[in-house]
Design a protein around this ligand. Sequence first.
Ligand code: PMP
Length: 450
Amino acid sequence: MKLDRGRLRRLQALEEERFVAERPRSQGLAEQAREHLTGGVPMSWMVKWPGPFPVFVNEAYGAHFTCADSIDHVDLCLGDTGAMSGHSPAATAAAVREQVVRGITSMLPTADAALAGAELARRFGLPQWQFTLTATDANRHVIRYARHLTRRSKIVVIDYCYHGTVDETFAVLSPEGRTVSRPGNIGAPVALDQTTVVVPFNDLAAMERALATGDVAAVLLEPAMTNIGIVLPDPGYHAGLRALTRRFGSLLVIDETHTLCAGPGGSTAAWGLEPDVVVVGKTIGGGIPAAAFGMTSEISAQIQASVELPDIDVGGIGGTLAGNALSMAAVRATLTEVLTDEAFARMEQLAVRWTEGVQAVLEEFGVPWHVTRLGCRAEYAFSAQAPRTGGEAAAADDFELQQYLHLQALNRHVLLTPFHNMALISPATTEADVDQHSAAFREAVSALFS
Ligand code: PMP
C-alpha cells in the first residue's frame, strides 16, 4: 500500500480551505496577535500546529474545549499531558479557587506540601521529594545533584529523547555513532559530547560501554519513550539497566512526566522499577505549574550532608516560586481527588478502545502502520513494525502526512497531540469522544488509500 503524494497534497489543500472557512474568529485573533507576538504566538513552538493559523481557545472543560469560533472539540492532546487530569477538574479548581484568595506564594511551606510529598511517596515508592514549577527544572536540578554527588561530568541520555529544555539532553547519535547536537538545537553552550553520552534505547551493550568509562554521573531516561512516538522497553531491559547503573555507580533517573499515563505510580510502580530518582511534572497540578523529583533516603541524606546552609539558595537549585502555595494546593487536590487509582483504570480501558478503533481501520484498508499503547496514552505510527529504538521511530516519521492527519482530525473537531500521532485519555473522556476520533481516522485513511 503506497502513499500517493499528489493525492495527499490535494487532500491537504481541501482541508486547509475547510479550516479557514470554518474559523474566521481564530484567523482574526491570529492576525491581531502577530502585531506584538513573534510569529503571532506566545511561545514559538505554537506555530507548528497544522493549518495556516492556530486555533484560539475560548474555554476548556473536561475532555473538551471550545474555540473562538464556538466549535466544540474533543481534546485528545490535553496540553501534551499538562491536562491529563481533564481541563479544570472540579476538585483542582476548587482547591485553587480557595488558595488563590489566601496567598499564592510566600517562600514558606504550606500544609499541602507535606500531603503532596506523602502521596507521591506512596505512589512511586521513593520517600523524599522536592518541588519545582516545571519538569524541565526538575530534570536540571537532578542533573546538578547527580554531578555534585558522584563528582562525574557526563549524563547518559537515549537517542531521540526529550526531557524539556535541558541543555545536556539535546544530543543524538551521528551515523558514525558519535554524540552530536540534535538538528535545530538553538545556542548550545558547549559541544554536546562534553556533557552527554547518547545510547540507543533497548541497547544494554551500548549502555555498558558508556557506563564503563566511569565518567557517568547519571542515566536519565523515560521508562518507555513517548516523545518520538511510543517505544516500549524490551523484556529485561530495565532489569539490565538497573544492574549496570549499580555496577558502575551512576544514578538511575527515571523521568515519568509522560509515563505517568502507565498508572498512578507511572511505569515505576507498574513495572516494579527501582530508580534512584524519579521526575514527574505537567499534570500533577492539573495544569497549574508544578513538578517534582523524588529520591531515596540515602541520596536525600547525602545532599543534606553536602550542601552548606549559607550557600543553599545560590547553589543552582531553586526557583523563587518553587513549592508555592497555589501549586501545592493544586498538586494535593489533583493527586488525591482527580488522578486517583480508580480513574486510571477507566482511562486505560478507553485507551484500549482508541487503539482498537485505529487498528480496525488499518486492517480494513490494509495500511501497514501500527498502533501502540502505554496505559492511557496511545499512538499510531507509519511503520508496520513497532520500533525498538528512537532512531527506528524517527526513520518512520513523515511530517507532511502527519500534518494532514492532524488537520483532517481538527476539521472533524478532534485535537491530537502535535508533533506525533498521539491520543491521551483523561478521567473525563467518554466512549463517544474516542469513537469520534475513530470515525475521523477512518475517513482520512479512506481518502488517502481507497
Ligand atoms: N520530561 C518529559 C518526558 C517530557 O516529555 C517533557 C515535555 N514534553 C518534559 C520533561 C518537560 O516538561 P516541561 O516542558 O513542562 O518542563
